[in-house]
Design a protein around this ligand. Structure first.
Ligand code: NAP
Ligand code: FE
Length: 372
């Protein structure tokens, strides 16, 4: 027995859970700021459900819909000012990982004199409580304290988490119906992100028996759902049962990385999103076969145990990833690949990946992937 498990978020799931959640919203205050991207919160019905329940409870709200993909730090600071001027007592984040991650930073900007990259320093013990409502099945941001933001000046992604636990949501509403409006491509990409979380977490040196339970279940349901949806013509053909499996899989994977953190696929994937606009899940999944190879070499018993539990071989997962990857890789010189390896290497993600990943190993993997 050797674990330390902390997840202070109340997760409520199922069809209609937001509309039935009046008492939760009321318990948090009389004024709130709703944080969303441009369209998805409206398109999926979550914003309407929220405003209906807030109206019913007599809670005043304002909507800030200025969060883009890979959210900018400056948008979070602006939204923080809006929340402060409005006198918001709590925040509701609705969207994929981008609005949810942004909400975590806004919670701090709203009630402290913080600017820009101050969010990466020692944070004050003061943040607005948050309700998070996911509309993609991927990041698991609802159940983690992590927030990945893009620094305006450099265009680079960097994450923060509050060591006092204030970047966790107080409540999460997870309704698979909100993912129904997601396109086929985003459904696949976000599911690949979740699969990366579960696999990276399972083989991380930070894994525990509890995180392994969530990782194993997460991998099983995500692989099952991806096998079933692959090749569908568009998002409308994906059934609600498949959507449910993907959403629960992403939550299980999120609970996994809440304990373990992610492995090297994540920092290696960031440059593809920052510079080539590759969606986050696809960008990380490009390195997943390489991660499995490291796990097979350095953690062979745990590797065999996973596939024995799953009831199929690793080729099922490798083939599936190959079928779903959909990225036109840029052609990069060895010098450029060396630079990517250098800038990705000094992260905890490398240190707790199987066998301890190094800059040199990253360079070799990048060459294998980009010069294949
Ligand atoms: P996203 O960036 O939040 O959204 C991607 C696109 O999908 C946007 O155009 C969005 O529209 C649209 N969309 C979202 N939900 C939709 C729906 N139900 N119907 C129709 N369109 C919908 O995607 P994501 O993959 O969920 O999040 C990626 C971000 O999360 C990255 O910044 C990544 O680094 C971060 N991340 C965080 C964690 C963590 O633990 N915190 C883990 C992994 C990744 P709108 O712009 O209109 O909203
Ligand atoms: Fe991710």
């Amino acid at each position: 027995m050797n674990f330390d498990f902390y997840l202070p978020t109340h997760v409520i799931s199922g069809t209609g859970c937001v509309r039935n959640g009046g008492a939760v919203f009321s318990s948090l205050g009389r004024k709130c700021l709703i944080v969303t991207g441009k369209n998805s919160a409206k398109a999926c019905g979550a914003l309407d459900d929220c405003t209906a329940v807030l109206d019913e409870q007599g809670i005043a709200y304002q909507v800030f819909d200025g969060i883009g993909q890979n959210p900018l730090l400056s948008s979070c600071e602006t939204a923080g000012q809006v929340a402060r001027e409005f006198g918001a007592e709590f925040l509701i984040g609705i969207g994929g990982g981008s609005p949810l991650d942004a909400t975590k930073a806004i919670a701090f900007f709203a009630c402290n004199d913080l600017h820009g990259t101050d969010i990466y320093g020692d944070l004050p013990k003061n943040a607005l409580p948050m309700v998070l409502i996911g509309t993609t099945a991927g990041t698991g941001s609802e159940v983690t304290p992590y927030s990945v933001l893009t620094i305006d000046e450099t265009g680079r992604k960097r994450s923060f988490r509050d060591k006092h636990g204030l970047s966790y949501a107080s409540y999460v509403f997870s309704d698979p119906n909100y993912t129904a409006s997601l396109s086929y491509d985003f459904t696949v990409s976000t599911a690949l992100d979740a699969l990366c979380h579960a696999i990276e977490g399972y083989f991380a040196s930070t894994a525990t028996d509890i995180s392994d339970l969530f990782a194993t279940r997460g991998i099983a349901v995500i692989v099952k759902a991806l096998e079933s949806i692959k090749g569908k013509a568009d998002g409308a053909e994906i059934t609600m049962r498949e959507r449910e499996l993907l959403l629960y899989g992403s939550l299980y994977a999120g609970v996994t990385i809440n304990t373990t953190g992610t492995g090297f696929c994540h920092p290696l994937g960031y440059f593809l999103t920052e510079e080539y606009q590759v969606p986050h899940g696809q960008a990380c999944a490009i390195f997943l076969r390489g991660y499995l190879d490291e796990a097979k070499e350095h953690l062979c018993e745990k590797y065999a145990a996973l596939f024995s539990t799953l009831g199929y071989g690793d080729s099922t997962v490798s083939t599936l990833i190959g079928e779903l990857l959909n990225v036109k890789l840029p052609s990069l010189t060895e010098e450029q690949l060396r630079e990517v390896a250098q800038r990705s290497a000094p992260t905890a993600n490398f240190l707790h990946s199987p066998g301890v990943f190094t800059e040199e190993k990253a360079f070799e993997l990048l060459k294998k992937v980009f010069q294949a």
